[in-house]
Design a protein around this ligand. Structure first.
Ligand SMILES: C[S@@+](CC[C@H](N)C(=O)[O-])C[C@H]1O[C@@H](n2cnc3c(N)ncnc32)[C@H](O)[C@@H]1O
Length: 324
């Protein structure tokens, strides 16, 4: 492995420092940043400490696929060492061992629809490889889960990053639909939240969340509440600085309970919803009004984040709503 000078920084500073070093022209962008004890080592052009780093692969994987397949797909997702092709991709006659070598992965899967029931179970079909368990590093957090059992929406990457970059140091947070810890882990690892109370109904996701908490060294800062949050959130009244309502198409069933979870002094809500692209403004207005009436307090919309296009004309949005 090639060596390079390394700049060491705290994990929660790594993203900011990476951008700064890049901006200042000091980054060695041919090499990959990596964990180094409690720190993250970022490869830089000048410094005192020299370390071995892995190289960033720059060969064009699509060109490599063209040499193996007559009509190779142009798009795919990567979760850990698994590559996932879009729904409908026919891999029947593919030399899968060669495909994995070309894409530098170990497993291949095909995406299907996410289950429409409340657990949002993954419908991913593994076509090469033994099992679906992946360790996926994103935004300096390690997520681990069985990709054939639970969903991990790559389209929500910007929202995961945004949550990790909020000022949440010392906060108590309720994550009402925590899944495998998409936001919970960001708050604990990057945001240094004091504690996350994480509600989840799907046992497969809970299993994965526990593994993720252990891997990131933050198990002690999270309490998991298995089961339906319409029951579990009742036990979390008056404790939270922030509540995450991360369920689409709608998290409305938990809105009343979310208000009750906030501290008496109020706090912040992050309300996810699928909304028609022409009706976002109206939805924000109505939702703000609803929360003001239901809480008997002031509700102030501080930001509306468009996460992704969910389907034609339907946007997955998040309203940041302050209740005082
Ligand atoms: C859509 S996932 C979260 C995905 C995450 N926002 C992302 O896109 O990466 C929502 C999670 O809420 C859980 N869930 C749905 N209804 C629930 C309920 N009533 N109580 C607790 N958990 C629930 C599901 O099992 C699922 O893991």
């Amino acid at each position: 492995m090639p060596t390079s000078y390394a700049f060491l920084c705290a994990r929660d500073e790594a993203s900011k420092e990476y951008d700064r070093l890049k901006h200042e022209g000091l980054l060695n962008s041919d090499l990959k940043p990596m964990p180094y004890g409690e720190h993250i080592a970022i490869p830089v052009k000048v410094g005192e400490l020299e370390l071995e780093f892995q190289t960033v692969e720059r060969n064009n994987p699509h060109d490599a696929l063209k040499e193996i397949l007559p009509n190779p797909p142009k798009k795919w997702e990567r979760l850990g060492d698994m590559v996932i092709f879009q729904q409908g991709t026919d891999t029947t006659n593919w030399p899968l061992a060669e495909v994995t070598a070309a894409l530098n992965c170990n497993r291949v899967a095909i995406q299907n629809e996410i289950d429409s029931d409340i657990t949002r179970k993954s419908q991913l079909e593994l076509v090469h490889g033994k099992d679906g368990w992946v360790v996926h590093r994103e935004n300096f957090v390690d997520y681990e889960f069985d990709a054939t059992q639970v969903m991990f929406s790559s389209g929500n990457v910007t929202e995961r990053r945004r949550m990790g970059e909020l000022q949440t140091k010392g906060e108590i947070i309720v994550d009402a639909f925590c899944g495998i810890g998409y936001y919970t882990l960001q708050f604990l690892v990057r945001g240094e939240a004091e504690h996350v109370h994480a509600c989840e109904i799907n046992p497969e996701s809970i299993f994965a969340l526990k593994k993720g908490l252990e891997r990131n060294g933050v198990s002690e800062n999270c309490t998991i509440y298995p089961g339906d949050n319409r029951q579990t959130m009742k036990g979390l009244q008056g404790i939270a600085d922030r509540v995450i309502l991360g369920l689409i198409p709608s998290s409305m069933n938990a809105w009343g309970l979310a208000i009750r979870c906030l501290k008496k002094s109020g706090g912040m809500l992050h309300i996810h919803m699928n909304v028609h692209e022409n009706e976002i403004e109206k939805w924000v207005e109505k939702t703000t009004e609803w929360f003001a009436t239901a809480s008997g307090k002031t509700a102030t919309a501080s930001h509306v984040e468009t996460v992704k296009k969910y389907s034609p004309h339907i946007m997955h949005v998040v309203l940041d709503l302050r209740i005082d």
